[in-house]
Design a protein around this ligand. Structure first.
Ligand code: ATP
Ligand code: MG
Ligand code: MG
Length: 564
C-alpha cells in the first residue's frame, strides 16, 4: 500500500533505460562513511536509493566509504547495518567497503602516473591551498608538477611503504590549474595518514581522497546511478574525468557499466542539527545519553523514541526529492508518526501525575472488570479487561476548584464520566497544610455503567483513570525538542550548543498504568511495544526496561501542529 511518489531521478533513469544505457541495468548504492550513526538526513538518502533499486528491480549496494581511518570504527559499521535493516531495506549481496578496493585504487593511481596524469607534490597542504587561485583567477602550478614519471613512481611507492610522515607528500591529479572549476585544479588523489584502519589495520599509510575513491568504487561495483547531495554537483566533472582516464588507459573496461552521478537536495529540518561532527560532540560532551538518546535526530534515536520505520519512510516520501534545497518543518515528521500510531497503537490508561479519588458509595473490596476496546481505529485489535474499584487515580490536572464553565473536567458539584466505567459526581476534597489536594470524594451512579442505557446521559468531560489497588508503577520519560531555535547551527555569532533546550527531558519516576496493558497487543513488527496513553500521547517501552522497572518514552504528544 506504500507506492512512493516518482521524482526527477526516475525520469533521468527512464531516459537512460530508453536509450538502453548499460544494457538496461540499474544498480544504486547507499555510501555512508562509518564515522557516526545515521541521522534522519541519511534516511532520506536510504529511502531514495533503496526505493530506486526496488522500483527498477536492480537492487542497492550498501557501501562503507571508509577512507579516513582516524574517524571510522566498526561500531558505526554495525549500527549503520542495523538502522538500514530496521528502516525496512535489504542491500544486495554482502555489504561493500571502499577499503576492499585500496589495492585496485593504488594500481589505478600508478596508471595515472605512468600516463603523466598524476604527480607527487612535496608541498604542504597550506602551500598547495595558497596556489589554488580563485574562481576568477587561475591557480599557480606546483614546482613539482613536471617531475618525471620515474621519479613520481618511485616517490609514490615510497609513500606507500611508509617512508614519509603525514603531510610530507601527496599525490595530485595533473589536470588544469586554470580550470574555472576549482575541483579540477590538480586535486589531491592520495594523502599520507599513519593510523590504524578498522578493517585494513596497518596495511596502508596512504589513503585515497573521496573524489578518487567514490566514482571508482561505483565503477568496480557496477553502479549505474550514483545519487548524492547537491554539494557534489561541482565534483561531477572530476568524477567523470577520473573514469574517462581509466577507460582510456584500459579500453577493455569499456564493456562495463558506466556510472552516472545525479544530485538531489539534502534534507534540512528545523530545530535540528544534522552534521555528524555536531552529533558526535553532543554525545562526547554528554549533552545527551548517547547516539540513540531519544532526543537525537539519529535513526537509532527515533527508533528508541518510538518512531516506526513506516512513519520515517512516509516522511521521506512526503518531503519528496528535488533539486533545490529547503528547510522542512519537524512538525511534518511528528505528524507522520502520529498518523501511523493513531492507526496502530492500542489505547491504554496511564496516570502520570496522580491525585486520589475515593468513590464513597462504591462497595469496599469490590472489583468490576470493564471491557475496554484496544483501538477504536481497528476493530481487529479486540478488547481487554480493565479493573475498576473504590479508589482510583486521575490526573491532578483533571481537577480544578472553582473551575470556569469551559473547564470540562472535575470540580466539586460537577459530574464527569470515567471512561469505560461510570458517571461520578464530585462531592468534596481534602487538602494538606500546604493547600495541596490529597483526596477527592465522589459518588457514582450505578445506572451509568458504560454500555447501559443510563450511560447516555450528557456530561461534559470524560476522564481516564486507573484503579489504585491494581495499577502498576512505571517510569515515564517525556521528551521535548533538543533545540529551542529553528536553526541552531545557523548563527554566525553563536554556537549551536547555546540553543539547547534545558527542559528537553523530564522524568516521572512513579507513574501508574492499568495492569493488563500488555494484553492490548502493542508489539510492532520490530519488537517494540507502542501505546497511546489515552488523552496524553504516544509512548513506547524503552529498550533498557526490565521486568521490575518498565520505562516508557514519550514518542509524541497527541496535538498535531502540522499545517500544510
Ligand atoms: P554529515 O555531513 O552529516 O557528516 P555525510 O554526508 O558526511 O553526513 P555520509 O556518511 O558521507 O555522511 O553520507 C552517506 C550518504 O547520505 C551520502 O550519499 C550523503 O549524500 C547522504 N546524506 C547525508 N546527509 C544527508 C541529508 N541531510 N539529506 C540527504 N542525504 C544525506
Ligand atoms: Mg562526513
Ligand atoms: Mg560524506
Amino acid at each position: 500500500n506504500e507506492t512512493p511518489k516518482t521524482n526527477f531521478i526516475h525520469q533521468e533513469i527512464d531516459k537512460d533505460l530508453s536509450e538502453n544505457k548499460n544494457g538496461g541495468a540499474v544498480l544504486t548504492r547507499f555510501p555512508p562513511e562509518p564515522n557516526g550513526y545515521l541521522h534522519i538526513g541519511h534516511a532520506k538518502s536510504i529511502c531514495l536509493n533503496f526505493g530506486l533499486g526496488k522500483h527498477y528491480k536492480g537492487g542497492t549496494n550498501l557501501r562503507f566509504d571508509d577512507t579516513n581511518p582516524t574517524k571510522e570504527d566498526t561500531e558505526y559499521v554495525e549500527s549503520i547495518k542495523e538502522d538500514v535493516n530496521w528502516l525496512g531495506f535489504q542491500w544486495k549481496d554482502e555489504p561493500k567497503f571502499t577499503s576492499d578496493y585500496f589495492e585496485q585504487l593504488y594500481q589505478w593511481a600508478v596508471l595515472f602516473i605512468k600516463n603523466d596524469k598524476a604527480y607527487v607534490d612535496d608541498q604542504s597542504a597550506e602551500e598547495i591551498a595558497s596556489q589554488k587561485g580563485t574562481p576568477t583567477m587561475p591557480g599557480q602550478e606546483s614546482p613539482y608538477r613536471n617531475r618525471s614519471v620515474e621519479e613520481n613512481l618511485d616517490l609514490f611507492e615510497r609513500m606507500r611503504k611508509g617512508e614519509f610522515k603525514n603531510g610530507e607528500r601527496v599525490l595530485r591529479a595533473k589536470i588544469d590549474m586554470a580550470s574555472p572549476n576549482m575541483h579540477m585544479r590538480d586535486p589531491l588523489m592520495y594523502r599520507i595518514i599513519h593510523a590504524h584502519h578498522h578493517r585494513t589495520g596497518d596495511d596502508w599509510c596512504i589513503y585515497p581522497m573521496y573524489d578518487f575513491a567514490h566514482g571508482q568504487g561505483d565503477f568496480v561495483e557496477g553502479i549505474t546511478h550514483s545519487i548524492c547531495t547537491l554539494e557534489f554537483e561541482v565534483h561531477r566533472p572530476l568524477y567523470n574525468w577520473f573514469l574517462e582516464q581509466i577507460l582510456a588507459f584500459q579500453p577493455e573496461l569499456q564493456e562495463q557499466a558506466r556510472p552516472r552521478q545525479i544530485e538531489f537536495a539534502r534534507l534540512n529540518l528545523n530545530y535540528t542539527v544534522m552534521s555528524k561532527r555536531k552529533l558526535l560532540q553532543l554525545v562526547n560532551e554528554n549533552y545527551v545519553a548517547g547516539w540513540d538518546d531519544p532526543r537525537m535526530p539519529t535513526i537509532s534515536g527515533y527508533r528508541r523514541r518510538g518512531y516506526t520505520p513506516e512513519s520515517i519512510r512516509r516522511f521521506a516520501d512526503q518531503i519528496g526529492v528535488a533539486k533545490r534545497e529547503n528547510v522542512i518543518d519537524v512538525a511534518l515528521l511528528e505528524h507522520c508518526i502520529r498518523e501511523d500510531l493513531n492507526k496502530r497503537a492500542p489505547r491504554v490508561y496511564a496516570v502520570l501525575n496522580p491525585v486520589k479519588v475515593i468513590i464513597t458509595n462504591y462497595p469496599e473490596g469490590e472489583v468490576e472488570w470493564m471491557e475496554a476496546i484496544n483501538n477504536p481505529e481497528d476493530e481487529s485489535m479486540g478488547a481487554r479487561q480493565l479493573p475498576f474499584s473504590r479508589e482510583i487515580y486521575i490526573e491532578r490536572d483533571d481537577f480544578m476548584e472553582n473551575a470556569p464553565r469551559k473547564f470540562f473536567r472535575m470540580d466539586v458539584g460537577r459530574e464527569v464520566r470515567l471512561k469505560n466505567a461510570y458517571i461520578v459526581k464530585c462531592e468534596g476534597i481534602k487538602k494538606d497544610e500546604n493547600g495541596e489536594i490529597t483526596e477527592i470524594y465522589c459518588t457514582y451512579d450505578p445506572d451509568t455503567k458504560s454500555g447501559m442505557e443510563g450511560s447516555n446521559r450528557k456530561v461534559k468531560g470524560t476522564l481516564h483513570w486507573v484503579s489504585i489497588e491494581h495499577a502498576k508503577t512505571v517510569q515515564v520519560k517525556q521528551y521535548d525538542r533538543l533545540f529551542m531555535d529553528e536553526e541552531p547551527d545557523g548563527h554566525k555569532d553563536k554556537d549551536f550548543l547555546e540553543f539547547l533546550n534545558p527542559n528537553s527531558l523530564s522524568v516521572i519516576n512513579t507513574a501508574y498504568i492499568e495492569p493488563n496493558f500488555k494484553d492490548a497487543g502493542a508489539k510492532f513488527d520490530d519488537g517494540i511495544e507502542r501505546y497511546q496513553f489515552q488523552r496524553l500521547g504516544y509512548f513506547c517501552i524503552d529498550k533498557d526496561s526490565t521486568e521490575e522497572t518498565i520505562v516508557f518514552n514519550r514518542t509524541v504528544t497527541l496535538k498535531d501542529s502540522w499545517t500544510k
